[in-house]
Design a binder for this molecule. Structure first.
Ligand code: SF4
Ligand code: SF4
Length: 176
């Protein structure tokens, strides 16, 4: 298998600096609106604030992979004596909860590092510098490039059925 260079993008989260302002959710949902910036609905954000001001809890969690089957178990964290909600830190869009799902269609959401933006917008909008962007290059197998497309297609097939997806793609290719 041939290797290609891939830019690895990382966002470090400094929990001590996050004050739960939710600016990251606002800009993420606006950037991913269709058309861009036409609406602002944090339910469409690919970053979610676990927020409980009474207990001084503010934890940004990024949307990760979609999974068609929910886990057999559940996790729950206690950090510095504060107990967090069940599955609170899980990054997956999964059948057991609404987190990281597009509210209208139910399709899974995944952080895409703001596609072609030089710096992810949630990082730019975090005035407290709780989100720190870094990038480096790594050699990876060429197939990794197709991973995101496959995840999206699998989710659509699960939701709408294979034939509907094929029919839609066929219709789209005839228009273009
Ligand atoms: S990097 Fe971009 S897509 Fe990911 S959570 Fe931040 S604003 Fe949203
Ligand atoms: S913008 Fe920064 S400080 Fe505000 S909630 Fe998001 S991570 Fe926390």
């Amino acid at each position: 298998m041939s290797k290609i260079k891939k830019k690895i993008k990382t966002i470090k989260v400094d929990l001590d600096k996050c004050n739960g302002c939710r600016a990251c959710e606002v800009i993420c949902s606006a950037y991913h609106a269709n058309p861009k910036y036409s609406s602002n609905n944090p339910a469409r954000s690919r970053i979610r604030m676990i927020r409980d001001p009474m207990r001084d809890v503010y934890v940004p969690v990024y949307a990760g992979e979609y999974t068609a089957a929910e886990c057999m178990g559940r996790d729950k964290y206690i950090i510095d004596g504060k107990e967090y909600d069940e599955c609170g830190f899980c990054r997956a869009a999964c059948p057991s909860r609404d987190a990281f799902k597009e509210p209208d269609s139910g399709l899974p959401l995944k952080c895409d590092m703001c596609e072609d933006e030089e710096t992810p917008l949630c990082v730019k909008w975090c005035l407290n510098e709780a989100l720190i962007y870094e990038e480096r290059e790594e050699e990876v197998d060429e197939e990794v490039k197709h991973e995101d497309v496959e995840i999206g297609l699998k989710a659509m097939v699960n939701k709408y059925g294979l034939q509907n997806v094929i029919d839609t793609v066929t219709r789209m290719s005839q228009k273009s």
